[in-house]
Design a protein around this ligand. Structure first.
Ligand code: TXA
Ligand code: MG
Length: 329
C-alpha cells in the first residue's frame, strides 16, 4: 500500500531500558543526528529533538503547528547537566532540582548563551526538566545532548498519553515513535520560575503546590507561561464543567435537545442517557485519564462532554485548569 507523500512511521516498543539497549541507542543516535523522536515521559509523550540543532527544533514547530513565540522545555538526563543549558543557576533552582528531579517539575532559569533562539522562543530564559520516566532518561542519556520536547500533540489538541495518540496527531512528522505504554501521571509538569528567591508558578501541573510546599512561598504570584495564552487541550466536541449534583439533570436536558452527552465522572455516579467516557475513583485517576477521555469523546461522536468539577487541591488544580481551557469557547 502506498500513500503518496506519507512516510511510514517507525515505532519501537521499549519496556525495559536494559533489555532494549539497542533500541535506546538507536533513538539516542537519531536525536543527536537531528531527527525527531517521540518518547514517553512520566507526564505525557514528548516530541523530542536536539535542543542545540536549530533545524531539528524548527521541524518540531512545523510538525505541531506551534506559534514560534512559545518556547520548548529542554529535557536533561541528570540534574548535574543543568549547566549545559543554564547561564546562571540560582540557589532556589539548585535546591528545587536537588529535591524534585527526576520528576514532573520544570524549572525556568537564565538560558545559556549558545541555546538557539528557536528553542527558547526568543526569550533569555529556558525551561528545563529531568523526566522521571526511565525510557525518557535512557534515551536522552544515549543522545548525549539536551533534548527539547513539547507535548507530542498538534498545537491546541489534548496532550498524548499513549503512543497511539502521538501517531494520530503527528505520524507524518515523527522519524521514530517510542512506545513505552500509557503515561503514569497524565498531566504535564509544573512550570516554576526559579530565577530569584521568590518562586513563581507559571503553569499548574503534576507536581502539586502541596508537594512543592517549602519552596513556594505565600507571596508567589501567578504569571503565565507563553503557552498558556493559547487555547489548549480542546477536543472537537463541546466540553462543559458541571457540579456532580447537577450532572444527571444536565444529561437529561441535553438528551431532550437531541444531543449526545458523554460523562467524565466519579465511578459511583450513574447518569442515565449519557455515554460514560471516563469513570474515576480519585483525582489522580482523573488526571491520568483526562486527555484520553477528551480524545475518546471525539471517537464516540459525543456532542457535549460533561465533566464533573473536582476540588482545587493537589493535582485537582492542574485538572481544573486543563478542563477550563478545554471548555473555553
Ligand atoms: O510534562 C511536560 O512538561 C511535557 C513533557 C513532554 O515533558 N512537556 C510539555 O511541553 O508540556 P509543552 O511545550 O507542551 O509545554 C511547555 C510549557 C508551555 O506552556 C511554554 O510556554 C512553557 O512551558 N515554557 C517554556 N519555556 C518557558 C520559559 N522560558 N518561561 C516560561 N514558560 C516557558
Ligand atoms: Mg503542550
Amino acid at each position: 500500500m502506498h500513500a503518496i507523500g506519507r512516510r511510514p512511521l517507525t515505532v519501537l516498543t521499549i519496556t525495559d531500558v536494559d533489555a532494549d539497549r539497542r533500541a535506546v541507542d538507536r533513538a539516542g543516535a537519531m536525536l543527536r543526528a537531528g531527527r525527531l523522536v517521540a518518547l514517553p515521559t512520566e507526564t505525557v509523550y514528548g516530541l523530542g529533538a536536539n535542543a542545540y540543532d536549530d533545524e531539528a527544533v524548527r521541524r518540531i514547530f512545523l510538525a505541531k503547528g506551534r506559534p514560534a513565540d512559545n518556547p520548548l522545555i529542554v529535557h536533561l538526563a541528570a540534574a548535574d547537566h543543568l549547566d549545559r543549558v543554564a547561564a546562571t543557576i540560582s540557589p532556589l533552582a539548585r535546591s528545587l532540582a536537588a529535591r524534585f528531579w527526576p520528576g514532573p517539575l520544570t524549572i525556568v532559569v537564565d538560558a545559556a548563551p549558545g541555546l538557539p533562539d528557536v528553542t527558547i522562543g526568543g526569550l533569555t530564559t529556558v525551561a528545563v526538566r529531568v523526566p522521571a520516566h526511565p525510557v525518557a532518561r535512557a534515551v536522552i542519556a544515549a543522545a548525549g545532548v539536551p533534548v527539547a520536547a513539547p507535548s507530542a500533540n498538534r498545537s491546541g489538541r489534548p496532550s498524548p498519553t499513549t503512543a497511539d495518540h502521538v501517531a494520530a496527531d503527528l505520524a507524518e512528522h515523527v522519524d521514530l515513535l517510542i512506545d513505552g505504554g500509557p503515561t503514569g501521571l497524565g498531566v504535564e509538569s509544573t512550570v516554576v520560575d526559579a530565577r530569584t528567591e521568590h518562586p513563581v508558578i507559571y503553569r499548574e501541573g503534576a507536581l502539586t503546590r502541596e508537594q512543592l510546599g517549602f519552596a513556594v512561598t505565600g507571596d508567589a504570584t501567578r504569571a503565565p507561561s507563553p503557552g498558556t495564552r493559547y487555547r489548549h487541550y480542546a477536543p472537537t466536541c463541546e466540553v462543559e464543567i458541571v457540579e456532580p449534583e447537577h450532572l444527571a439533570a444536565r444529561a437529561i436536558a441535553l438528551q431532550a435537545e437531541g444531543l449526545r452527552a458523554g460523562t467524565v465522572a466519579p465511578s459511583q455516579l450513574h447518569t442515565p442517557g449519557a455515554v460514560p467516557i471516563a469513570r474515576f475513583g480519585d483525582v489522580d485517576e482523573l488526571a491520568r485519564d483526562l486527555y484520553r477521555a477528551l480524545r475518546d469523546a471525539e471517537s464516540a461522536d459525543i456532542d457535549v462532554l460533561l465533566c464533573t468539577a473536582v476540588p482545587e487541591t493537589g493535582v485537582g488544580r492542574a485538572v481544573m485548569d486543563r478542563l477550563r481551557r478545554a471548555a473555553a469557547r
